[in-house]
Ligand binder design. Structure first.
Ligand SMILES: Cc1ncc(CN)c(N)n1
Length: 223
């Protein structure tokens, strides 16, 4: 599993917060099957709305891009979110009697609002790299979680969720996003991005988005 050169640097800078996100109790419950169904569904309904806003944020990245290659990569991610990942949410909820119209009309939890609007604001108030630092956590964190959970043998009713994020399609998106971030960083900050005065702010954005992921899992567990 390799998502480029910049992602491991941002992940390392996030320190313990990264483990709090990727090894959260919610994640453990998905892997070993102990996560209560109601917690999973609460999360999944919120995650549908989350992905709608994330699609908007990737569409914003199209407008912030500086090259046709960047535009294509961001547009492909919008497509992967709306027509790939979201099918898991739509199909799982349909089996529980929840329609897509009901998902779209659901009330947003404050943790969802905080995270999605933080990312959109990173794009509105910052540039392409600010937006990438906030977006990377979502895409690549789940790529890492899915791969790890898939490698652990074990019975779980959440196998569809794990397969979605460990699967070839999602992992392809992760590699494309990792490559996009590497190229975009080299283009804007040069070959030694860590010496750029912008570097600490990018790391801080990544870390904040990671904290917001931790709160998102917590929202799923809170009754
Ligand atoms: C909250 C959250 N973070 C990340 C992902 C993976 N795209 C997601 N579906 N939801």
């Amino acid at each position: 599993m390799s998502y480029g050169a910049i992602f491991p640097l941002w992940r390392a800078a996030a320190g313990q917060t990264w483990d709090d996100y990727t090894r959260h109790a919610f994640v453990k419950g998905l892997g070993n099957g102990t996560l209560p169904r109601e917690a999973f569904l609460r999360y999944l309904v919120q995650d549908y709305l989350f992905l709608i806003h994330f699609s908007r944020a990737w569409a914003l990245a199209v407008t912030k891009a500086e090259t046709p290659e960047e535009m294509r990569a961001c547009a492909a991610t919008v497509h992967a979110l709306l027509d790939g990942e979201l099918q898991l949410h739509i199909e799982t909820c349909a089996a529980e009697g929840i329609s897509e119209a009901q998902l779209f009309a659901a009330r947003e939890a404050p943790q969802n609002l905080a995270y999605t609007r933080y990312v959109l604001d990173a794009g509105h108030s910052g540039d392409f790299l600010d937006l990438m630092a906030a977006l990377a956590v979502c895409v690549l964190g789940y790529g890492e979680i899915g791969t790890r959970l898939a490698a652990q043998a074990g019975e779980t009713p959440y196998a569809d969720w794990i397969t979605t994020y460990a699967g070839a399609e999602y992992q392809h998106t992760c590699r494309e996003v990792g490559a996009l971030i590497d190229a975009a960083t080299a283009r804007r900050l040069g070959e030694e991005p860590e010496s750029s005065p912008r570097w600490p702010r990018l790391c801080a954005r990544f870390e904040m988005a990671t904290r917001l992921e931790v709160d998102f899992w917590g929202m799923g567990l809170s009754a």
